[in-house]
Design a protein around this ligand. Structure first.
Ligand code: ATP
Ligand code: MG
Length: 434
C-alpha cells in the first residue's frame, strides 16, 4: 500500500490508514455519510455507509462540529469519486479537540469576509489553503534571497533592534523605556551596516524586522515589516549596487516560479520574469512624466503614492514591471547618501515594482568630513551619532547598499491587494493584536 501523500498526519499499514486533521464538512445523505478531513496537504474523504459502520462510531463521526480536530483510522479504498482517488471507511476514531459552535468565521464558505474580521481571527483565516499558500511562498522567497545573496559572497549579520539613536531622525521612531533611559526600536539597520563596512566584512546582508512609527493607513505601510538589507564595499558607483539587486531579484523570481509552483497554482497566479537589464529612469525624467500626466510636483518633491503610480503606468505601457529611479535630489534623501558633487542630485536610487517602491539604495558618503557636513545640513547633531561616526575616522572603504521591503516585494510579485495579506499578524496604527 503506497503512502497516500507526504503528510505526517497520514499513516498507512496493510490497507488501513490513520488520517488526522480538521473536520471541514460532514454530509449526511440518508444511508451514507461523508466526512471531509483537511490537513496541510489537502482533503481526504471518510466514507460511512451506515450499515457497514459500528453505530456508535457512525453517530460520533456524523455529529462532529466543523473544524474539530480528529484522528480517523479505517480501510483505504480506491475511489473514482474523490480527488485523491482514495477514501477511508472508518473503523475507529479519536477526537483530539472539539471545535466550539458557531465558528468565528468560515474556512471554506464562499462568502466575503472583511479583512478586519479575518485578521482578528487569523488562526482561522490561515486554515484556508489560499491564505496559507502566501506564507509558504514567503518562506520560499526568503530562502531564495538568502541563496542568491550568499552565492554573491555576502555574510549574514544581525544588528541590534534596540538602539540609542535612529538612522533617519526622530519622526518615525518608536520610543521605548530602556530601564532608566529612553531607547528606540530600529527603523533600519543602516548605521550598523555601514559601521561593519569599516571592518573588512565587505559584503553583508540582514533579514530582520524594521519598525516605523508611521501613522499611515495605506495598503503598503505597516509599523513592523521585514527588511532585507545589503551593504557592499569597494564599489565605484551606485550602479554596481543596482546590478547586484537586479541579479538577486531575477534569481528570486525565477526560483519562485519553480519552487513555488504548487502554491502559485493554489492561488491561481503566475509570476512574470522581466527581461534584464531593468530600465533606469532618472528622478528628473519621472518628474516630467508625472507633470505631463497633470500632477504638479516640483523639483525636490517626493514622488509619493500618486507619482509612483503614474510612473508605473508609464512603464507598464513599455512592458517594464521592474525599473530603477535614479539620481534623486540629495535633498530628498537621507544624510548618509553621497551627493553628486556640484549638482543638486545624489548617487541614490529606488527600485519600483509596478508603480510601487520596493527598495531604496545608493552609494554612501564614506568621507568623514563630508558625512559630518551632510548631517549638519539635515539638521542632525553629529554628537548624537558618535558611535557611528567613529567608524569613519579610522579607515572606511567606499560602499553602498540597499533596503528591500520583503512584504512589498511579495505583494507585488503575487499581485496582492494589501501588504497585510503578506504578514501573519500585521501591526499598524490601529492593530496591535493578535
Ligand atoms: P515609502 O516612501 O514607500 O513610505 P520609504 O522611502 O519611507 O518608503 P525606506 O526608508 O526607503 O522607505 O525603506 C526601504 C524599504 O523598506 C522601502 O522601499 C519599502 O520596501 C520598505 N518599507 C519602508 N517603510 C515601510 C512600511 N511602513 N511598511 C512596509 N514596508 C516598508
Ligand atoms: Mg525609500
Amino acid at each position: 500500500m503506497p503512502l497516500i501523500r507526504d503528510s505526517s498526519s497520514v499513516r498507512v499499514e496493510d490497507g488501513t490508514a490513520t488520517v488526522r486533521g480538521w473536520v471541514q464538512d460532514v454530509r449526511n445523505m440518508g444511508g451514507i455519510s461523508f466526512l471531509t478531513l483537511r490537513d496541510r496537504f489537502g482533503t481526504i474523504q471518510v466514507t460511512m455507509p451506515k450499515k457497514k459502520i459500528d453505530p456508535e462510531l457512525f453517530g460520533l463521526l456524523t455529529k462532529l462540529p466543523r473544524e474539530t480536530v480528529v484522528s480517523v483510522t479505517g480501510d483505504v479504498k480506491e475511489s473514482s469519486q474523490t480527488a485523491l482517488g482514495l477514501e477511508i471507511i472508518p473503523t475507529s476514531a479519536e477526537i483530539y479537540s472539539e471545535a466550539a459552535v458557531p465558528l468565528p468565521m468560515g474556512v471554506v464558505d464562499k462568502v466575503n469576509v472583511e479583512m478586519d474580521t479575518r485578521l482578528n481571527h487569523r488562526f482561522m483565516d490561515l486554515r484556508k489553503p489560499e491564505v496559507r499558500a502566501i506564507f509558504e511562498l514567503k518562506s520560499i522567497m526568503v530562502g531564495l534571497i538568502e541563496e542568491a545573496v550568499r552565492d554573491c559572497g555576502f555574510t549574514q549579520v544581525f544588528t541590534p533592534k534596540i538602539s540609542a539613536a535612529g538612522a533617519e531622525g526622530g519622526a518615525e521612531l518608536f520610543k521605548i523605556q530602556y530601564f532608566d533611559r529612553p531607547a528606540y526600536l530600529a527603523q533600519s539597520p543602516q548605521l550598523y551596516k555601514q559601521i561593519l563596512m569599516s571592518t573588512g566584512l565587505d559584503r553583508i546582508y540582514e533579514i530582520a524586522p524594521a519598525f516605523r512609527a508611521e501613522r499611515s493607513n495605506t495598503n503598503r505601510h505597516v509599523t513592523e515589516f521585514i527588511s532585507f538589507d545589503g551593504e557592499m564595499s569597494w564599489i565605484e558607483n551606485e550602479e554596481q549596487v543596482m546590478a547586484m539587486i537586479e541579479e538577486i531579484i531575477d534569481r528570486v523570481l525565477r526560483g519562485m516560479k519553480e519552487r513555488g509552483a504548487k502554491q502559485l497554482a493554489v492561488l491561481g497566479k503566475d509570476i512574470a520574469v522581466p527581461s534584464r537589464p531593468y530600465p533606469v529612469l532618472t528622478y528628473s525624467e519621472c518628474l516630467r512624466i508625472v507633470n505631463e500626466a497633470g500632477l504638479p510636483l516640483k523639483e525636490g518633491d517626493d514622488l509619493g503614492t500618486e507619482g509612483e503610480k503614474i510612473v508605473g503606468d508609464h512603464m507598464a505601457a513599455k512592458g517594464a514591471d521592474l525599473y530603477f529611479i535614479a539620481e534623486y535630489p540629495e535633498e530628498a534623501k537621507p544624510f548618509y547618501i553621497m551627493e553628486k558633487d556640484g549638482t543638486p542630485y545624489s548617487f541614490s536610487f529606488d527600485l519600483d515594482y509596478r508603480g510601487q517602491e520596493i527598495s531604496s539604495g545608493g552609494q554612501r558618503e564614506h568621507r568623514y568630513d563630508k558625512l559630518v557636513a551632510r548631517m549638519e545640513k539635515k539638521g542632525l547633531d553629529p554628537a548624537d551619532f558618535e558611535f557611528y561616526l567613529d567608524a569613519f575616522k579610522y579607515g572606511m572603504p567606499p560602499h553602498g547598499g540597499w533596503g528591500i521591503g520583503v512584504e512589498r516585494l511579495l505583494v507585488k510579485m503575487l499581485d496582492l491587494p494589501n501588504i497585510r495579506e503578506a504578514i501573519l499578524f500585521p501591526r499598524d496604527p490601529s492593530r496591535l493584536s493578535p
